[in-house]
Design a protein around this ligand. Structure first.
Ligand code: ATP
Ligand code: MG
Length: 690
């Protein structure tokens, strides 16, 4: 049956658009020979899917590149525009040699993304449909809102904001945990044309202050405290400290609207500054449940968001309204094969781009039912996610490899004791997902039934760039597969020459797509230098990538992290996934260290499965694993036992810190304040010589 599927692919016309590498996949032979690596969607899945064959994908992708204006206009027309965009759907300059980088989509079109998420859906009859299922930190604490109720709450807050003097174009900082008030706050800002800047409510006062100083908000939205797992975090105290720091820098914020989160603390225990601080519940419910929409230009800014800072100082990424709206809605719909009956859960926090595009905007533009979870995936135990899946009958579950790996460390019974039969599609984002984690996710969590959308994208790209369409293509564990509609990834060599066919190099993008960021806030020069100057004529992602003989894309990690061993360029992802395929290894992170003979040697930090002790024998078998899977040249020179790894608050490994530990440059660790748990650094240093 699979082979027949492959054969029918080989009947496709060879002119599959500009993405010539895709032609490789239609040569049935190569696929058949690698059949073990291919995971096909079931016939039932493909038949009901929005895109159900490679051929259908290729036709749509070809059209999206041949006629981007027509392709995206057709989709944009499904939304409400107060006034249609001008004649030019897209205008861009992506070549620094031709002048300033400049991107515009649907310029002249007048719309509002909040209206399209809420009012439009309510008018279409979805008023009584559940918009949000909210699950609290504790098992028995939950709530929900229909689309009508959500609209009312958004309007009340929007009316309050307006009344407090927030105007179109003003910045508003949101420092809230995953309460329903967080998406409500984002939508309320969008409704009145204010520019929201969500700061993940796990950041320190310093990090928050930095961002406040950068965007100078009129108002900040927060809550007094939150419970995360067994811990209580006093967010208001962090905000107070941040506002002290920022006012010393000359940036003062007039209003701090504070949600009273009574499940975590009391008003009496919350420090208060009269005149500045206002209780949300005291003012917002008094406002009317309708609020006029501020109609904005497609190119008016929607939000400002800082990147997660894995590679250094976070960048203030600016997204605008129209293109972002069309792009997030479309990517959500196709990459998850969305159906109106789905219940969708993305575990990301709204403090990250994933929470912007795929908790709030993308799903709500589609009128989807979204689960918002306040707590953590291993509280009270490692079965919490699957408990929630069963409770709300979640059908699409989107998460990050770091979560998959952390749950893998624990007993499988935490998964198997829950039914999970509502699940239909799984998703992954944030880092390359190593094949062993992919297989665990696929086989165990999804009962070998649910395709995995391994979505490659960035804060900068606004939405998915390379992603499976779950019903269209057979998947390869660990590969993000093929480009989304309108996206032309290219792999270039050091000199910036495009390389065709099977190859590896620097991942760039040619041309523009509607969800692209328009600038770095207040620093267009850094925008050009970071993204458009390294390889003139292209957008440079900063990631390394290879393309196999079937045209599948494999992300290999940050190019800054590439290790050069005796002239072999080795991506971190490859070695890490070889180590992680060892049954006793839970997670690994590798970095390069200076090596007298080889130039660079491979230094591996390894976290073991719960309860497994370190031993010399285990060390040897880990090294052997890499030798066997990749080759002797990639064998780690050093294994460093790591009970925990330094990660950003979004769960990504910070290799720049590991590099310093590996080369014992401990005085140069740099800024470690954005780490989720800075104490792992000391722990690693103390284990350096074990
Ligand atoms: P900074 O740019 O400040 O260092 P960051 O790059 O971690 O932070 P994000 O925009 O949140 O901030 O992350 C985007 C990056 O995450 C990508 O460039 C890529 O390295 C990685 N990534 C995301 N999804 C995937 C995926 N599916 N496969 C491989 N890598 C991924
Ligand atoms: Mg980045």
């Amino acid at each position: 049956n699979h082979l027949r599927h492959v054969e029918s692919m080989s009947l496709l016309p060879s002119g599959a658009g500009k993405i010539s590498q895709l032609n490789a996949v239609v040569l049935g032979e190569s696929i058949a020979s690698e059949e073990n690596d291919l995971v096909f969607p079931s016939k039932e899945f493909s038949t009901q899917a929005l895109v159900s064959s490679p051929q259908q994908y290729m036709e749509m992708h070809k059209r999206s590149l041949d006629d981007p204006a027509g392709f995206w206009s057709d989709i944009a027309s499904e939304f409400y525009w107060k006034q249609k965009w001008g004649d030019q759907v897209v205008s861009d300059n992506l070549d620094v040699r031709k002048g300033p980088i400049h991107i515009e989509w649907f310029k002249g079109g007048i719309t509002n993304i909040c209206y399209n998420c809420l009012d439009r859906n309510v008018e279409a009859g979805l008023g009584d449909k559940t918009a949000i299922f909210w699950e609290g930190n504790e098992r028995d604490v939950d709530a929900s809102l229909t689309y009508s109720e959500l609209l009312h709450q958004v309007c009340q807050l929007a009316s309050y904001l307006k009344d407090s003097g927030v105007k179109k174009g003003d910045a508003v900082v949101i420092y809230l945990p995953m309460l329903m008030e967080l998406p409500i706050a984002m939508l309320a800002c969008a409704r009145i044309g204010a520019v929201h800047s969500v700061v993940f409510a796990g950041f320190s006062a310093d990090s928050l202050a930095q961002r406040i100083i950068d965007c100078k908000p009129k108002l900040i939205l927060t809550c007094n405290a939150v419970k995360r797992g067994p811990k209580t975090i006093n967010l208001k105290a962090i905000v107070d400290a941040a506002l002290d720091i920022s006012s010393k820098d000359g940036v003062s914020v007039d209003i701090c609207l504070t949600y009273d989160n009574s499940s975590a603390t009391t008003r009496e225990n919350t420090k208060w500054q009269n005149g500045r601080d206002v209780w949300w519940q005291d003012v917002v419910p008094k406002y009317p449940t309708s609020c006029e929409v501020e109609w904005v230009d497609a190119e008016d800014p929607l939000f400002l968001l800082y990147t997660s800072g894995s590679t250094g100082k976070p960048k203030g990424v600016l997204h605008t309204t129209g293109g972002y709206m069309v792009y997030t809605a479309t990517t959500f719909k196709y990459a998850f094969d969305y159906k109106s009956t789905d219940v969708y859960w993305c575990t990301a926090d709204c403090g990250w781009i994933t929470g912007h595009s795929y908790v709030t905007y993308g799903p709500m533009l589609n009128g989807a039912t979204v689960v918002v979870f306040e707590g953590t995936p291993n509280y009270p135990d490692s079965g919490r996610c699957w408990e929630i899946v069963d409770k709300y009958k979640v059908s699409i579950f989107y998460t990050a490899p770091t979560l998959v790996r952390s749950l893998m460390r624990d007993d499988d019974k935490f998964v198997t004791s829950h039914s999970r039969k509502s699940l239909r599609v799984l998703g992954s984002v944030g880092e390359p997902i190593n094949p062993s984690a992919w297989r665990w996710f696929y086989n165990l969590v999804g009962d070998s039934r649910c395709p995995i959308s391994d979505t490659w994208w960035q804060t900068e790209t606004g939405g998915f760039m390379i992603t499976p369409l779950p019903g269209a293509w057979p998947q390869k564990p660990g590969s993000a597969t093929f480009p989304f509609f309108g996206v032309q990834p290219v792999i270039v060599d050091e000199k910036g020459n495009e390389i065709e066919g099977e190859c590896s190099g620097y991942l760039c993008v040619k041309g523009s797509w509607p969800g692209a960021f328009r600038t770095l806030f207040g620093d267009h020069e850094r925008y050009e230098t970071t993204y458009f100057k390294p390889f003139a004529g292209y957008y440079f992602s900063g990631d390394g990538c290879s393309r196999d003989k079937d045209g599948y894309y494999w992300l290999t990690g940050r190019v800054d992290d590439v290790i050069n061993v005796s002239g072999h360029r080795i991506g971190t992802a490859e070695v890490e996934s070889a180590l992680a395929s060892h049954p006793q290894c839970a997670e690994a992170a590798v970095v390069g260290v200076e090596h007298e003979v080889k130039g660079q040697g491979i230094y591996a930090f390894v976290t073991l499965v719960e309860g497994v002790p370190y031993s010399e024998e285990l060390r040897k078998s880990l090294v052997l694993m890499v030798r066997n899977q990749i080759g002797a040249f990639a064998a780690p020179d050093r294994i460093h036992w790591a009970p925990g790894l330094p990660k950003t608050r979004s769960g990504k490994i910070m290799r720049r810190i590991l590099r310093k530990i590996a080369s014992r440059q401990l005085e140069e660790l740099g800024d470690i304040s954005t780490l989720a748990d800075p104490s792992v650094v000391d722990q690693l240093i103390s284990l350096a010589d074990v």
